[in-house]
Design a protein around this ligand. Structure first.
Ligand code: TRH
Length: 379
């Protein structure tokens, strides 16, 4: 049985949506499924408001879905530390807060929630403590894809909701209709969420030239410039529709996290990026490609290859090679058209594999559950 505790989650929005996307989802789940009391400290409420419409960009305190959301202003207002303190992605806690943790008579668990990686050292480093000033200890909590890691964020009812949605064409049609979309008979539905990516143009060319029609759904974001350029346009915005050959393109508004899940569930193939959308696409049980966040000195390639190694462990050699080629082309900008067409030969295997992978990940447990268990065990 889990203890009911108070949690402080600290999030600095470095750029994009991943940092707040992960912490907001985790905060909600700790409240909804584990009955925990959660404060989420966010330094950038404007970015938060994009994910959570209805949010005030100026309020120092507000409640959303049972989470006490605090603006983490540059001047620290002072606060009694919670029982469990999570600094997300190595953000720096306020010095006064750390002092208050050290002075507290309660035992306070301090965790750094790390970025997601499939590299093999993660299992060895997960949950290790490190000594901090004032005699405090901090534990490094690593999400991951294997037993012995912190798992992935997954809501308890997610798979059931996803399966109900995917098995009911009426739900899919209604969701798409809410964006004024109808699926053309026989068309392949694809979502696209990526950074600026030179691989996009060749890939769009392959889709336009394909015998089977495709409908590409692109929520507003950084990749739109590449799509516009390929179409010969200066810019694109939500609501725009274009067609070239067998390809129809629809630009959608940036949506809520729940809507974005449904978009992923609707599609036959999902192009995702970063960390959070990458995980959500895995829960969709459909083939995907990952535009990994580029890091200095190409460190992201190690992460990408480590994931592919794990993901393809029980996949036959031919689809393995085809998938690897397409992921490489997608991330290094060249050869995406040919690699896409080659990969389509293995569509059936890759579909079945995506579903198998989802269930393998479910068997690893989930991040929020593992955090709560870790705290209960630590007490
Ligand atoms: O926005 P990102 O590129 O975030 C990245 C990564 O997290 C990366 O690891 C980190 O280092 C960097 O930021 C600073 O991609 P990510 O992680 O997929 O986050 C996107 C979030 O946006 C995710 O929660 C899904 C959500 N989303 C919506 O809610 N609506 C939408 O329409 C779309 C396209 C995404």
């Amino acid at each position: 049985m889990s203890v009911k505790a108070s949690w402080d989650i600290f999030c600095v929005v470095v750029d994009n949506y991943g940092d707040i996307g992960v912490t907001w989802r985790l905060a909600r789940q700790l409240v909804a499924e584990h009955g925990q009391r959660v404060r989420l400290w966010v330094d950038d409420l404007n970015t938060f408001a994009r994910l959570c419409p209805g949010t005030s960009a100026t309020a120092s305190q507000q409640w959303h879905e049972g989470v006490d959301v605090r603006h983490w202003a540059s001047e620290w207002p002072g606060a009694e530390p919670a029982d469990v303190v999570i600094e997300a992605f190595a953000c720096q806690l306020p010095a006064a807060y750390i002092e208050a943790m050290a002075e507290s008579e309660r035992r306070i668990l301090w965790l750094n929630l790390e970025y997601l990686s499939a590299e093999d050292w993660v299992v060895g480093c997960h949950a290790l403590p490190s000594m901090q000033p004032h005699g405090l200890q901090k534990y490094f909590f690593f999400p991951g894809f294997e037993q012995g890691t912190g798992g992935l964020i997954r809501e308890g009812d997610l798979l059931a909701r996803r399966e109900a949605f995917q098995s009911d064409p009426v739900l899919r049609a209604a969701f798409l209709q809410s964006f004024d979309l109808t699926v053309q008979s026989g068309a392949r539905l694809i979502s696209l969420f990526a950074y600026e990516n030179p691989a996009v143009a060749e890939w769009l060319g392959a889709l336009a030239a394909d015998a089977r029609p495709s409908q590409l759904l692109v929520p507003e974001g950084r990749v739109l410039g590449d799509v516009a350029h390929w179409l010969g346009l200066d810019q694109l915005r939500a609501g725009d529709r274009h067609a070239r050959g067998a390809l129809q393109i629809a630009v959608l508004p940036f949506m809520t996290q729940n809507q974005y899940d449904m978009l992923l569930w609707c599609c036959d193939f999902n192009a995702v990026r970063g960390e959070e959308s990458f995980i959500r696409a895995q829960w969709a049980g459909r083939p995907l490609v990952w535009h990994i966040y580029p890091q200095e000195e190409d460190a992201h390639w190690d992460k990408l290859n480590a994931f592919l190694e794990l993901y393809m462990r029980d996949l036959a050699p031919a689809p393995t090679a085809a998938l690897r080629d397409f992921w490489r082309a997608w991330n290094d900008g060249e050869g995406s058209g040919g690699a896409w067409s080659a990969m389509l030969q293995y569509e059936a295997e890759l579909n079945a594999h995506a579903e198998r992978w989802t269930h393998r990940q479910v068997a690893n447990g989930d991040l929020a559950g593992k955090l709560v268990f870790f705290y209960t065990d630590w007490l």
